[in-house]
Design a protein around this ligand. Structure first.
Ligand SMILES: Cc1cc2nc3c(=O)[nH]c(=O)nc-3n(C[C@H](O)[C@H](O)[C@H](O)COP(=O)(O)OP(=O)(O)OC[C@H]3O[C@@H](n4cnc5c(N)ncnc54)[C@H](O)[C@@H]3O)c2cc1C
Ligand code: FES
Ligand code: FES
Length: 1328
């Protein structure tokens, strides 16, 4: 055995055979490595004494950390932060860069300024070992309510920019990063930066307002103003006590790094020559280069754990080169943000005018966090490895004619075009530089690139395209050189439209026949790949449209005025909003607009969600094993490989359920839903078993290693049409309803209309996925359960059921939820039941946290619906009768279906005397669908409004006219038997018509549509009646006054999930008892204090818990009154003390159980006007404005209620316009179970102008403190966006004489919209 003392490099010379070696394995202890010579087998020990580092050091919030080699090379910064308990404010959700909830900031080298700058980065993608020398700041480093908040935290809280608070730390960190680099940004810069962190609660307006208030150009209605950078960076150095200078954490040049980790070796060379020396050694091995590691967010096959050797490129200075001359050079390690910065700064250089277009394109690539981390070379390598990858970077660089310099260990740099690069074997090679050309103005080079995507921000393109043509305008736009037409998104092999490029050489593009010929040629060579998730017809049509768009822009003098708008992209100005409401000062704090009591705790990341509870001693982690087929029998489960993985402790399945225990997580439902499949597979993604391991990563890895084989495999039933065709129905789950005689009324009507409308599913996208932590009670029998559930009572029943123990032995509690929207009403039952079983068997605490992908695959979502209707109307369009079949896709069980209830919302705002309702519960091989915000009302309203549109089209009338004709009047009776004594619909509609200037705007829209062939606008007005039911809503409200100081604690039985229930309850209690808000504390819900409470849902929990509090306060005041009568003007504290002395019970409990003879207790009314703009050629669209008038009664807290209205509306926008789930037809696998494909709205998907008005002077005589609910109804109103879009599409179809009725099903994605505009190349001309 030899000890070889090394001083400078990491290459070891074998003392026996003199071979040069890299230590391939071994452990590091006190600087000693071990390795075996690969040449002669000699075992060598050696010590590193030179500058080669063998640990990583970084600071977090000013605190230094040194990390040895104890972790996996794949461990992310995020996992470490949370595992080590350093930051629980830094959240985790998708682990692939798509949700942005994990943002932290880090000081990184900025090659543009050649200094270190602060950037926000997605900590889930950052490998821990890449952080050497970094100064990292997490939300905890900025401030907290006790030591003082950072201005961003304060501003977000004061603007009511947090609801559940789960995304709030990330929103703060994103802004912190921007302010650190750009202390006085413009509002545009702010809005552009907010493309990273998804917020499912707020609808973004409040977040954007808060952040824009820091802008240099912020208007007076956004108070706060810019701040001094010192104020932002209050982080103090732990050593000096002064603001951190960044001097002590090793910035600048770091020595090379080499670490032998648990599973891999980590190298960080500091020069090109070091890099190539290492590559030479490892060329034949399984190695990977790492820069930002964001590629893993797109392709999981480059997960760092798959490699024996990881080489970090961050230390190589040559790779940060930037040079401007006759060509422009960019080093390989420039991040996308660096490039964007350069493009923006240099776009006015006359030889680089194309930078302007590239800057616009690049700003729409990925998101700020990913752009800050990832380099352009990494992007190109993704394209190299995955030819189908729609690479914007490839398209941009190839369009302008970029060359790459690629180097290898033999020091031979090669110069390659991008297409040659794609064909080059890159094993052992590295991209070092990009060489971009300059073009003189006299070159007449016309360059433009396009990106059309399913969501306005942070989305991959359907098609990314670029065009470069040298055009001589003087000769009818002659294409003088071979042009470059680059397209990605068509197929694996299609990057250039070669035939069209060749066709165009020397042709006069201004000649309509040449345009026609080029389009024909392009159409002939576009053969889209059918395996993509996008309709191939759309891809082809879109690619043609983009070419046509380019031509319209390039040959502008040839284009007739009406066609010119086709050449331009949609222009989106900054978004803004107004909010208007009443408040009654004499009743404050009731009706006082205030932010949530915990808003500052939320924005400083201090609120604790279930997964933020630090691990208990000996705590284990679990992960589900999910089925990979949709309809089959389990034949065999082979767990051997999984169980042999170090750290894996147990595999559990249905067979492990104790005697008498139930393998059923919906015991009150009619249909058994098994916790673990006992043999039959009902859908792909169904839990089969559970792996228990020492940590989450091991549990997840082992779960994926369990091999399940199946027999009796059948094609799954996935669509409603298939289910109907195959008769796959749950019989008798909801009964038919007849009111009057619809069939006779239709038969007698002069106009009869038949139609069909459908809407698909929606993933809740709650940022906190399903989670439960269970620990056995001290007697070894019972179970403590901390569950992210909306319904603790149900979880209690299910856990008792699976373990076969008394309910009294199960203690369930929950403090708050990171969003729920219905997903946690019944669906957490399965998670808690499985987790409890694991804790019971292991006799240890167990945490079962569903990662985002499993959450998406295993858990049911919003019900899709398909409705077939027959309507009978008068000649004017008055409703006589409706016969309707409503099919609901229940998934594999109908337990959560709401078909019976749906009928009572179906009338929406319109009187129809005769109804025949036929509900059908369809069975498909998908997870059992469940409640999602407005589960029955949202489809009902959409179906009714679609019928209104259909009637209007058939009668050739304005849809608003038909709507107004049928609006409910005061005193009319609904099909549910409710007499509408307080109906104000007619008045609301006319108020909004006036305030939103509907008549004039319709005229302007008509004129716009007349003047523009390729851009269209549409406007829609949709009224709403939304029944609020109180029946069966039981909440066990407990309120106690402490005799020592008179402070109050409440446990109210509702679950705080962002709707502000805790704040409203506190306001009401303060009002009733006449005490200060800050003397009231809301405690967590538990099955002890809040036993037998119903689920939180249906928009009613806040008001009913307030009711419970009022009743508790009444009881207490009554008990205290005799004592008070004996005192002279006592303070509250004195009164409480005296009452205690006299033996008054200072605790009260009220069990809400408000019954009502009608289905609904009262109605909410509202009306929305939405204007949309459409790019007909691409299908892209935007919401120009929304004006909503909403009757919220006397809102208990208008600020919170406005937030609810905005959030619900935007969640609805996602449903109608963006969010689409797709399944593999053979296996039933959810192909959209990731953030790459599933796209909820982001900040630039919201209305550009978003105006919400709560009806003034509108006390609700039937509500709690005259208020009305708001959690769900605005979601139903958002379908007005889809109808506005439909009107714009109708205008496009009118131009081609195709303006006949068509059903616009939801979601109306960009793709679906363009296809239904019936664009075809014959319309792509210069003018009529
Ligand atoms: C949420 C998200 C959204 C995205 N959206 C888009 C989008 O809209 N459009 C788009 O085009 N892209 C998009 N991307 C892809 C993104 O641009 C790339 O992930 C990023 O540019 C890769 O750079 P990186 O430094 O992180 O590479 P890494 O992930 O570190 O590496 C990726 C690959 O490149 C190799 N590599 C890195 N540097 C070099 C080099 N110098 N020479 C040779 N090989 C090298 C690595 O070995 C690895 O195989 C998105 C990514 C994410 C996570
Ligand atoms: S968890 Fe990091 S982006 Fe989603
Ligand atoms: S507040 Fe943003 S996700 Fe809940």
């Amino acid at each position: 055995m030899d000890t070889n003392e090394k001083t400078s490099d990491k290459v070891v010379t074998c003392p026996v055979c003199s071979a040069s070696l890299l230590p391939q394995s071994g452990s590091l202890k006190n600087g000693i490595y071990a390795t075996t010579c690969e040449n002669c087998g000699h075992f060598i020990k050696f010590r590193c004494t030179g500058p080669v580092k063998s640990d990583v050091k970084f600071t977090i919030n000013g605190q230094s950390y040194t990390i040895g080699n104890q972790y996996s090379g794949a461990l992310s910064l995020n996992e470490w932060l949370r595992r080590a308990g350093v930051s629980f404010g830094t959240k985790v959700m998708c682990m692939e860069g798509g949700c942005g909830v994990c943002l932290v900031t880090a000081k990184l080298y900025d090659p543009v300024s050649m200094s270190e700058k602060v950037f926000s980065v997605n900590s889930c993608l950052v490998p821990l070992y890449t952080c050497d020398g970094w100064e990292i700041t997490t939300i905890e480093g900025l401030g907290d309510p006790i030591t003082g908040l950072n201005p961003v935290q304060k501003r977000l809280a004061s603007y009511n920019g947090s609801q559940c608070g789960f995304c709030s730390p990330a929103q703060v960190m994103n802004m912190h990063g921007l302010l650190q680099r750009v202390p006085k940004p413009t509002m545009q810069e702010v809005e552009d930066t907010f493309d990273t962190s998804i917020c499912r609660c707020t609808g973004y307006r409040s977040i954007l307002d808060a952040m824009k208030s820091f802008a240099s150009d912020a208007p007076p209605h956004l108070p706060g103003g810019p701040i001094d950078i010192e104020e932002v960076d209050q982080q103090l150095c732990k050593k000096t006590g002064q603001p951190c200078s960044g001097q002590c954490s090793g910035h600048g040049s770091l020595p090379p790094l080499h670490m032998v980790l648990q599973d891999t070796q980590w190298f960080r060379p500091t020069s090109k020559s070091e890099l190539f020396a290492i590559i030479k050694q490892v060329e034949t091995k399984n190695y990977r280069l790492v820069f930002g590691n964001t590629g893993y967010g797109v392709y999981k096959d480059i997960g760092p754990w798959m490699y024996d050797i990881l080489i970090d490129l961050r230390g190589i200075k040559e790779f940060y080169a930037i040079s401007f001359d006759t060509t422009v050079l960019f080093g390989a390690s420039l991040t996308l943000s660096n490039l964007l910065n350069i493009f923006q700064k240099s776009k006015s250089d006359p030889t680089l005018t194309y930078f302007k277009c590239l800057a616009k394109h690049l700003a729409r690539v990925a998101n700020t966090g990913v752009r800050n981390l990832g380099c352009w070379a990494g992007n190109l390598m993704l394209k190299h490895a995955h030819p189908e990858f729609v690479s914007d970077i490839f398209v941009m660089l190839e369009t302008v004619g970029t060359k790459l310099i690629v180097g290898g260990p033999d020091h031979s740099d090669v110069n390659l075009t991008l297409t040659d690069f794609l064909k080059t074997d890159m094993k052992g090679k590295v991209i070092t530089l990009a060489v971009l050309p300059t073009y003189q103005p006299s070159d007449n080079m016309y360059i433009r690139t396009f990106k059309v995507m399913p969501r306005n921000q942070n989305a991959h393109a359907y098609v990314s395209a670029g065009f470069r043509m040298q055009i001589d305008k003087a000769t009818n736009y002659t294409v003088t050189l071979k042009p470059s037409i680059v397209m990605n998104g068509i197929s694996k092999t299609f990057n250039h439209a070669v035939l069209t490029e060749n066709y165009l050489v020397g042709k006069q593009l201004g000649d309509p026949n040449v345009l026609k010929g080029a389009l024909g040629m392009l159409a002939s060579e576009l053969i889209p790949d059918a395996s993509s998730l996008t309709d191939t017809n759309y891809i082809k049509s879109l690619a043609l449209s983009l070419f046509y768009k380019f031509v319209l822009g390039a040959c502008d003098t040839k284009v007739s005025p009406r066609y010119k708008s086709g050449g331009a992209n949609l222009y989106r100005p900054l978004s803004s909003g107004t909010q208007s409401y009443d408040t009654h000062k004499q009743e404050w704090p009731v009706s006082e607009p205030m932010t949530k009591t915990t808003s500052e705790l939320q924005t400083s990341g201090r609120v604790q969600f279930v997964n933020d509870v630090p691990p208990q001693s000996g705590e284990l982690h679990a992960a589900f094993v999910l089925s990979s087929v949709g309809k089959a029998q389990i034949s065999n489960v082979d767990t051997s490989a999984a169980l042999s993985l170090p750290g894996v402790l147990k595999y559990l399945s249905a067979a492990d359920i104790p005697p008498g225990g139930k393998n059923n997580y919906t015991p009150t439902g009619e249909f058994v839903e098994e916790i673990f499949s006992s043999g039959e597979i009902q859908f792909c993604g169904q839990p089969i078993g559970l792996i228990v391991a020492v940590d989450q990563l091991t549990a997840d890895t082992a779960a994926s290693m369990v091999k399940v084989t199946y027999t009796n495999v059948h094609p799954p039933v996935l669509t409603m049409v298939e289910a109907i065709q195959q008769g796959s129905v749950f019989p008798h789950v909801a009964e038919e309803i007849k009111v009057g005689d619809a069939e006779a009324a239709i038969a007698a009507s002069p106009k009869k209309i038949l139609g069909q409308i459908s809407m698909e599913s929606q993933y809740h996208f709650q940022m906190e996925t399903q989670i439960s932590i269970c620990s056995p009670t001290e007697d070894g029998v019972g179970m403590n359960v901390l569950a992210a559930t909306q319904w603790i009572d149900y979880v209690q029943q299910v856990v008792a059921g699976v373990l076969n123990i008394p309910e009294s032995g199960v203690n369930v509690s929950v403090r708050r939820l990171g969003g729920a929207y219905g997903s946690k009403i019944t669906r957490n039952n399965q998670i808690s039941a499985a987790c409890a079983l694991a804790a019971h068997i292991m006799r240890k605490p167990v945490r079962l946290f569903l990662n985002f992908h499993d959450n998406m695959k295993a858990i049911g979502k919003r019900f899709p619906y398909l409705a077939d209707y027959q309507i009978g109307v008068s000649n004017e369009g008055r409703l006589n009768g409706i016969k309707i079949t409503v099919n609901a896709d229940c998934g594999f069980s109908p337990n959560d279906q709401i078909l019976s209830g749906l009928f009572y919302w179906l009338d929406n705002a319109y009187y129809c005397p005769n109804w025949y309702y036929i509900p059908v519960a369809l069975k498909t091989n998908k997870p059992s669908n469940t409640s999602a915000r407005s589960p029955g009302s949202c489809p009902a309203v959409f179906i009714m409004e679609s019928m209104m549109e259909h009637i209007a089209k058939c009668l050739d009338k304005d849809p608003l006219e038909i709507r107004k004709l049928n609006l409910y009047q005061k005193g009319q009776k609904t099909p549910g038997g409710m007499v509408l004594n307080y109906c104000n619909l007619t008045s609301l509609v006319s108020q909004l018509e006036l305030s939103a200037d509907v008549v004039n705007r319709k005229k302007q829209i008509a004129a716009f549509n007349q003047a523009n062939k390729w851009k269209k606008k549409g406007l829609s007005v949709v009224p709403l009646k939304f029944g609020i039911g109180w029946a069966t809503a039981t909440y066990n409200v407990f309120l106690t006054i402490y005799h020592g100081d008179g402070t109050v604690a409440i446990a109210h039985g509702g679950v705080e999930s962002g709707q502000g229930i805790n704040t409203k309850v506190s306001q009401v209690c303060a009002y009733e008892l006449g005490i200060a808000m800050d003397t009231i504390k809301i405690k967590q819900d538990s099955t002890l204090a809040n036993a037998n409470s119903q689920t939180t849902g249906g928009s009613i929990t806040s008001e009913l818990c307030c009711l419970g509090v009022i009743e508790c306060c009444k009881m207490l005041k009554q008990r205290m009154a005799p004592v008070k009568a004996k005192m002279v003007d006592p303070t509250w504290k004195q009164l409480v003390a005296k009452c205690f002395q006299e033996g008054v019970d200072l605790s009260a409990r009220y069990f809400t159980n408000e019954t009502d003879s009608s289905v609904f207790h009262y109605n909410v009314y509202g009306v929305t006007c939405t204007e949309m703009e459409l790019d007909v050629l691409t299908g892209e669209n935007q919401i120009t404005s929304v004006d909503m008038l909403y009757d919220c009664g006397e809102s208990i807290n208008p600020e919170i209620d406005i937030g609810q209205a905005e959030g619900a509306f935007v969640m609805g926008l996602g449903y109608w316009l963006l969010e689409k789930l797709q399944f593999d037809s053979k296996t039933g696998e959810n192909l959209t179970a990731g953030t790459w494909e599933y796209k909820p709205p982001m900040g630039k998907d919201i209305p550009i102008s978003f105006n919400i008005k709560f009806l003034k002077n509108a006390p609700n005589p039937l509500g709690v403190l005259r208020s009305k609910a708001v959690g769900e109804p605005p979601l139903c109103m958002s379908c007005s966006a889809l109808f506005g879009l439909k009107h714009a599409m109708e205008a496009a179809r009118r131009d081609i004489s195709k303006d006949v009725f068509f059903a616009l099903n939801a979601p109306a994605t960009v793709e679906a919209v363009q296809l239904q505009c019936l664009v075809d190349p014959s319309q792509m001309v210069y003018g009529p």
